[in-house]
Write a new protein. Structure first.
Ligand code: ATP
Ligand code: MG
Length: 332
C-alpha cells in the first residue's frame, strides 16, 4: 500500500470499558476494541462491517477522541491525535466530521434547518451572516431547496433529516467523514438515494470516508476497502472486490451466508450459516474470539489468538486455518 496516499493511520488502538463499584474496585470489563489498526486512503472509502456490538461505533469514537483510548495511535497530518490537546487538537479534529444513524441526536429541534447547519460555523467564530450564507450552499448541495431552509427538523422525513445532518457535517469543510450507520434507519428506496448522495459529495468535496454498517450490501456499494470486525477485533481486511470474491475468514464467509442474495460459495463451509448469539464482550472466548461459533475450530484456536497474516495483495486475515505455509504456497 502506498504510504503517501494515506490520510489517516490508526495503529494498535484498544478500549476496555471498566465499571467500578463505590469502593473504586473494577467489577466488570468490556473489551470493546482490541488492538485495531487500519489505514484510510485519500478520497477512498474504508468500510467497517460486523454484527451489532462488535465495536464499530466505539472505534469511530476513539478516532475522534469522543472517548479516550487505552493505547494506540491515530496519525493525521503528521500528528498523533491521541496525544494532542487544546487548540491543536481542536483544529485538526475539525477536519474529521461524523454523521450518525439518528439525525435527531445531531440536529437541534428548536433551530431552523439553516441555523442547524450554520451552527458549527458560529461555534468556530464565523459571523451569523457568513454562517448562514455557507449553510444555504451546503443545504443546496445535499438537495434541500432554499424554500425549506426556514423549516424545523421535526417537519422533515427521515431521509431529509439525514440530508441536513450531512450538510451540517460538511459545512466545516472536513477532509474525512465518518458515517456511522448513516443510512441504516432509512427505507430501502431512500437509502439508495442517500448512498448516491454520499457518492456525489465524496467526488465534489474530495472526501475520504469511513463508512460503518452492519449491512454487507451497503458496505459493498460504498467501500473501496472493507474491514470485518468480530467482538472488538479485526478478522479480515481486503479490497471490496477481493473480500466479496473470496472471503477467507469463517466469520466473513458466515456473514455472506447469513445475508440473503450474498451467498458466496465456499466448499469448506457449505451449508454453514451464522447462528447463535455474539458471546458477551464481558468475558470473550480465549484465543480466537470467533471459535465458539466456528465450525472449523481446532484446539489451537482456544489457546492462541490468531494474528493478521497476508493471504493476498493487501488482503489480510486472522485465522489459524491460514498459516505461513498456506501463504507461501499461494505465492508460488
Ligand atoms: N460507554 C460504554 N460503557 C460500557 N460499555 C460500552 C460503552 N459503549 C459501548 N460499550 C460496549 O462495547 C461493545 C461495542 O459497542 P459498539 O457500540 O461500539 O458496537 P457497534 O458495533 O457499534 O454496535 P451497533 O451495530 O449495535 O451499533 C458493546 O458490547 C457495548 O455494549
Ligand atoms: Mg454502532
Amino acid at each position: 500500500m502506498d504510504d503517501s496516499n494515506t490520510i489517516l493511520e490508526v495503529s494498535h488502538i484498544s478500549k476496555t470499558f471498566r465499571s467500578k463499584n463505590i469502593f473504586g474496585r473494577t467489577t466488570s470489563e468490556v473489551s470493546a476494541v482490541n488492538d485495531v489498526s487500519f489505514r484510510l486512503q485519500k478520497q477512498r472509502t474504508f468500510g467497517i462491517v460486523g454484527e451489532s456490538g462488535c465495536g464499530k461505533s466505539t472505534l469511530a469514537r476513539l478516532v475522534l477522541r469522543l472517548i479516550e483510548a487505552d493505547g494506540g495511535r491515530v496519525m493525521y497530518q503528521g500528528h498523533n491525535l491521541l496525544a494532542l490537546g487544546g487548540e491543536e487538537l481542536r483544529k485538526l479534529r475539525r477536519d474529521i466530521q461524523m454523521v450518525f444513524q439518528d439525525p435527531f441526536s445531531s440536529l437541534n429541534p428548536s433551530m431552523t434547518l439553516l441555523d442547524n447547519v450554520a451552527f458549527p460555523l458560529w461555534v468556530n467564530g464565523t459571523s451569523k451572516q457568513d454562517g448562514r450564507i455557507a449553510a444555504h450552499r451546503y443545504l443546496e448541495a445535499v438537495g434541500i431547496p432554499r424554500s425549506s431552509a426556514e423549516r424545523y427538523p421535526q417537519s422533515l422525513s427521515g431521509g431529509q433529516r439525514q440530508r441536513v445532518a450531512i450538510a451540517r457535517a460538511l459545512v466545516l469543510e472536513p477532509k474525512i467523514v465518518i458515517a456511522d450507520e448513516a443510512v441504516s434507519a432509512l427505507d430501502k428506496s431512500i437509502q439508495a438515494q442517500a448512498l448516491n448522495l454520499f457518492h456525489e459529495l465524496q467526488q465534489d468535496f474530495r472526501l475520504s470516508m469511513i463508512f460503518i454498517s452492519h449491512d454487507l450490501h451497503v458496505v459493498e456499494l460504498m467501500s473501496d476497502t472493507v474491514m470485518v470486525m468480530y467482538l472488538g477485533m479485526v478478522v479480515e481486511v481486503a479490497s471490496v472486490e477481493d473480500v466479496y470474491a473470496q472471503p477467507y475468514h469463517p466469520y466473513t464467509q458466515a456473514l455472506f451466508k447469513s445475508t440473503p442474495s450474498m451467498d458466496v460459495t465456499h466448499k469448506k463451509l457449505d451449508g454453514f450459516k451464522l447462528s447463535g448469539e455474539l458471546p458477551s464482550p464481558l468475558n470473550p472466548p480465549s484465543g480466537c474470539r470467533f471459535r465458539t461459533r466456528c465450525p472449523m475450530a481446532m484446539e489451537t484456536c482456544a489457546e492462541h489468538m490468531p494474528e493478521l497474516i497476508e493471504v493476498g495483495d493487501g488482503h489480510t486475515v486472522a485465522c489459524h486455518l491460514y498459516g505461513e505455509a498456506d501463504v507461501a504456497r499461494r505465492a508460488i
